[in-house]
Design a protein around this ligand. Structure first.
Ligand code: CUA
Length: 347
């Protein structure tokens, strides 16, 4: 390769001038760091699929990536060839450039785009909802800003946590109670929008047991970012046990503190909005709390589910997740520890 032009330019630099920082190596190092930051563990990434739906999307992504890379490499090679080797001594035969532009600039992209479109159509068909009426079904309703989760036939409900049997296609029926939301589990399935007045359907299938983070993917207000959920893929026996628990009354208090906490819950303002199966609390405004002690988070991913955060949430959840529907609660300092103890016992 003829590099004399570059060498001449370097030699022409006046002595003593400070070297400018080179943006390209710095950019490359930053990109490398950003890529490395995503490594390790089981990241909730589209490119780390754990289910058949997401695997199709990931394959399509890689196909587009390699095609784009090939196109960029080809264009750069042509550019280098034109700048370095053909400078000043181009002899063009009549009609040659036109033929090249027609083939490489129009014909080839057309073939690639049609092929990719075909692959996309094939994947769309594969991702369509399975008509199997016997597939396990879960009903998910989006609220500002949490997910209500019900299973047809089960009397109870849960929130921000969807259990599915591993290795099986599960139908997900989606509705919204208010605004537009979007149901997305990057490792399992692409997005499905929840549209007011409509029932949309999608499906989930996890190939390996695990806990997969989902997220509302459509801006739905100030707490859109705190509208996460968890998909728990577990063996069929564990899933069946989970469904059985969703039909049974919530765990009864076993200690005096839990009994006092239950009383405070049922007789206080909590019961106006929340339900606990098997008690007088049958509110339907907020999440069903019959198994709140076992949930992964409070406020749909806003804070961890531990005693301290639970106490803070009860007293004034507005400081934790401003704008959510739960007003500050006038719970006395004496009753609060019992209430926390009771709620944490509900697993
Ligand atoms: Cu719901 Cu964003």
């Amino acid at each position: 390769m003829d590099t004399t032009a570059g060498m001449t330019m370097s030699a022409a630099r006046p002595a003593g001038r400070r070297r400018q920082p080179r943006p390209l190596p710095v950019l490359a190092a930053l990109c490398g760091l950003a890529l490395l930051a995503g490594c390790g563990g089981d990241p909730p990434s589209v490119l780390n699929p754990a289910g058949t739906g997401a695997a199709r999307v990931a394959n399509l992504w890689w196909l587009l990536f390699w095609i784009s890379l090939a196109v960029v490499a080809e264009v750069m090679a042509l550019l280098i060839w034109a700048l370095v080797f053909r400078r000043g001594n181009v002899r063009v035969r009549h009609g040659q450039p036109l033929r090249f532009v027609a083939i490489a600039g129009a014909g080839l992209p057309f073939v690639i785009l049609v092929a990719v479109y075909g692959v996309g159509l094939r994947d769309l068909a594969a991702l369509a909802v399975d008509p199997d009426p016997d597939a396990p079904t879960v009903e998910v309703t989006g609220h500002k800003w949490w997910w209500e989760v019900r299973y047809p036939g089960a009397s109870g409900a849960t929130a921000n946590e969807i259990h599915i049997p591993v290795g099986e296609r599960v139908k997900v029926r989606l509705r919204t109670d208010d605004v537009l939301h979007s149901f997305w589990v990057p490792q399992l399935m692409p997005k499905t929008d929840l549209i007011a007045g409509e029932t949309r359907e999608t499906w989930l299938r996890a190939e390996r047991a695990g806990r997969y983070r989902g997220q509302c993917a459509e801006y739905c207000g100030t707490q859109h970012a705190h509208m996460a959920f968890l998909v728990v893929a577990e063996p069929r026996t564990d899933f069946d046990a989970w469904l059985t628990r969703l039909n049974a009354p919530a765990r009864q208090p076993r200690t005096e503190a839990e009994r006092r906490g239950q009383q405070a819950f049922v007789q206080g303002t909590c019961a106006a909005c929340h339900a606990v199966r098997g008690t007088g609390a049958q509110g339907q405004v907020g999440p069903d709390l019959s198994n709140v002690g076992s949930r992964w988070s409070l406020g749909a991913g806003a804070v961890p589910n531990d005693a301290g955060h639970l106490g803070g949430w009860i007293v004034n959840s507005q400081t934790v997740k401003p704008g959510n529907a739960m007003p500050p609660q006038p719970v006395g300092a004496a009753a609060l520890p019992d209430l926390i103890t009771y709620l944490r016992s509900l697993d």
